[in-house]
Design a protein. Structure first.
Length: 361
């Protein structure tokens, strides 16, 4: 009897151990909470708040709140969800079609909301609204090395809503194809027009280079056909010096006009980013951008022959943990009198000094 009890006890211990081992090896749902915030002060040397022609920094001699973001990610087995909320003026301007009075500092917007399914090991399908694949810069201030935004970011798409498939072709080659609502619209009621988007990415592990060729085309709710081709390239030369490059070309055609009289309009731009990281705490970024809008599609609509602008931005990045302090100087020179002095006199140049702070977790 004693031997039997001992045997039963040992078997019980073994079964309990097996049960505990099975429980421990079961993958738990993946959960991640992240967020960020940014604030800034800007002074326009022309003395007005009308000279800003790019996104998110339309102010003069004022302390401003940018955006508070909270992002939740959760995944279990093959399914996952991303919910990214933004609060503040920056969020309202980003979702300008969805937020009434988007310049209101109390605006709230859904920056991203999508669910994904890992169809195979190499294919993931996502449905919802996500930041666009077009361009180099991002809406979250902490993710950029310059605080003020480029013209190409400001006049390209902000986000796309629809369905997309991300495909890992090889370890270094990736692709994306998707069908979306017209640009920057989370809901469409006027028509059933859709956009087609695609991306081809090349990022070899053995070389510090990344290349992304992006495409977006479709007809908006007013019947304007748009095609945009975009290239993003980054190259980390060494620990100190890194380069970034963005080029984009966008055309428009009014399909409501007869084909015999239909004309194409276009805008295009190039930007070079030179990133210097002297230490883990101190970095410097120089952005040089050329933006051409000779057909007056975006910035130069008030000028019969359109125009172009050359912009240079110098930003210092001083990092203290997750806090980054960003003093910045920017100079924009246009081919026509796009800007103005404080007395209202037209002028072809504007400059700004800015101090920003970002924090993320």
């Amino acid at each position: 009897m004693k031997r039997m009890l001992t045997t039963l006890f040992a078997m019980g211990i073994s079964l309990a151990a097996m049960s505990q081992s099975t429980t421990d090896t079961t993958a738990a749902p993946a959960f991640k909470l992240s967020g960020s915030a940014d604030v800034y002060y800007k002074y326009n040397l022309n003395g007005n708040n009308t000279d800003n022609k790019t996104s998110f920094t339309n102010s003069h001699n004022s302390f401003e709140l940018g955006m508070v973001s909270l992002k939740v990610e959760h995944g279990f087995k093959k399914g996952s969800i991303v919910a990214d909320l933004g609060f503040g003026k920056r969020a309202g301007e980003f979702s300008y079609n969805d937020v009434p009075g988007s310049s209101n500092g109390l605006s709230m917007a859904i920056k991203q909301l999508y669910v994904s399914y890992q169809l195979t090991e190499k294919v993931k399908v996502s449905l919802g609204s996500f930041a666009t694949h077009i361009g180099y810069e991002l809406v979250d201030a902490y993710a950029n090395r310059n605080y003020s935004m480029s013209y190409m970011f400001s006049y390209g798409p902000f986000f796309n809503t629809g369905v997309k498939a991300d495909i890992a072709i090889t370890s270094s080659l990736s692709a994306m194809v998707g069908v979306f609502n017209p640009t920057d619209l989370k809901s469409v009621s006027l028509n059933s027009h859709k956009y087609i988007g695609a991306q081809l990415g090349f990022a070899p592990a053995e070389t510090p280079i990344k290349l992304y060729l992006n495409y977006l085309e479709g007809k908006d709710t007013f019947g304007i056909q748009n095609h945009q081709v975009d290239l993003v390239a980054t190259y980390q030369i060494n620990k100190v010096l890194g380069l970034g490059y963005n080029a984009t070309y966008s055309t428009y055609s009014d399909t409501r006009a007869p084909k015999s009289t239909r004309e194409n309009a276009k805008w295009w731009g190039n930007a070079l980013y030179v990133n210097l990281d002297f230490t883990d705490k101190i970095g410097l970024t120089v952005r040089g951008e050329y933006f051409s809008d000779k057909d007056g599609v975006k910035v130069f609509g008030a000028f019969p022959k359109g125009g172009n602008v050359v912009a240079g931005t110098l930003t210092l990045n001083y990092k203290v943990g997750n806090l980054t302090i960003m003093p910045e100087f920017r100079l924009d020179k246009a081919s026509v009198d796009l800007f103005s002095k404080s007395d209202g006199k037209p002028y072809d140049m504007t400059s700004n000094v800015l101090l920003a702070a970002t924090y993320h977790f």
